[in-house]
Design a protein around this ligand. Sequence first.
Ligand code: MG
Length: 264
Amino acid sequence: MKKIIVASFVVLVALASVSQSCADEWKSGIQWEKPPVVDPGPETAPANVPSDAVVLFGGTSMDAWNNGENWPIKEGVVYSGKGAVSTKQSFGSVQLHVEFATPSKVSGSGQGRGNSGVFWGPYEVQVLDSYENETYYDGQCGSIYKQNPPMANVCRKPGEWQSYDIIFMRPQFDESGNLVKPMYVTVFQNGVLVQNHIQVKGTTAWHEPPAYTRHEAKMPISLQDHGNPVRFRNIWLREIPDTPVCPVEEKSPVKPADIFGSQE
Ligand code: MG
């Protein structure tokens, strides 16, 4: 009897893992306009690091990351390796700077070319080689994955260094787990605004619609392994204090006198 129970359990686990790996793709069904191609100018030297920044990768060590030992470092640059890396430290809202380069040797197409991703918790800003590489617009480089395309395609050529400056404003939940403030994301790619304070609908999974599930106020930053050797350098962040949550019904209307003073 015991053997039967154990065998049944093994079969159930196997089925669960198969169904997960064969999950159907979720599509929003939204017909997006194609983002225009904008030339951001030539690649630049690594950006300066502000004095109060937390450096996550400065060119010599991946000690700040779980699984960092599986991402090889060569000449001050780290290559995406086996499995995702996630910061050992968790962060609230952040200003995050990341420099990346998709492989100069082009192989694959669509989502299979230069794919990685920058995550705060379970929310991804896509990294992809979108230079003359078509894919669904809400999955191209600079997108909030499966939710919002970038306003422009500002990808440099494969192999050239690019930058992300991302503002992740964390979602907030009450003690019952209800969402009281959604996440907002702003992204500059190569200095060009591609996401302007976009309200995130929830998680950014390939196979599921966006959804919010209560999580910690502070979450790790992660970089995705999608099987493509994307390079990274100069990764740092600055934590942003929370702005107070102000329920709509408690807001009083702003009068001109509040801004310009009384005319009397
Ligand atoms: Mg990705």
